[in-house]
Design a protein. Structure first.
Length: 144
């Protein structure tokens, strides 16, 4: 099983106390995928944020690989925040294990502890901002 100490190293749980994380752990699901599995499929519904415990995933849009994500990184957060179909396919590039927080679990966290919920959402926003900043930097480098 996963512990609060294990989760504190992930940006999604940054700033949370061990006691807060302990209350979230029962709401997580652990998922394992063999290499080559589509975890999320472009254009389909996704109702959970996943963060990588072990392994790597490829981010693929319109058949083009855009990125590779590894341990500690999140995916699926865009669909949770804007409730639209997935904008990209997420495929395991080797055996991959993730922890997932469903939309329903996020609502439960909100009801249980608004402070924990707020910190998780802020951490998601920070992760998305970092990712957007990297994409902007890459776009600028390509234009040179």
């Amino acid at each position: 099983m996963i512990s609060a100490a294990d989760l504190q190293k992930y940006s999604l749980f940054g700033g949370l106390m061990a006691e807060q994380i302990e209350r979230v752990i029962p709401l997580l699901t652990i998922e394992s995928y063999p290499e080559g599995t589509n975890i999320i499929t472009e254009g389909e519904r996704n109702d959970r944020i996943r963060f990588i415990l072990d392994g790597k995933v490829l981010v693929i849009r319109n058949g083009v690989q855009l990125n590779e994500l590894g341990e500690g990184e999140t995916f699926g957060e865009m669909e949770i925040l804007d409730v639209m179909p997935a904008v990209a396919t997420i495929r395991s590039s080797g055996p991959t294990r993730v922890a997932a927080i469903s939309n329903r679990a996020l609502r439960d966290i909100y009801k249980m502890d608004i402070s924990t919920f707020s910190m998780i959402i802020m951490n998601l926003a920070r992760d998305l901002s970092r990712r957007l900043r990297r994409m902007d930097e890459l776009a600028c480098e390509e234009q040179k």
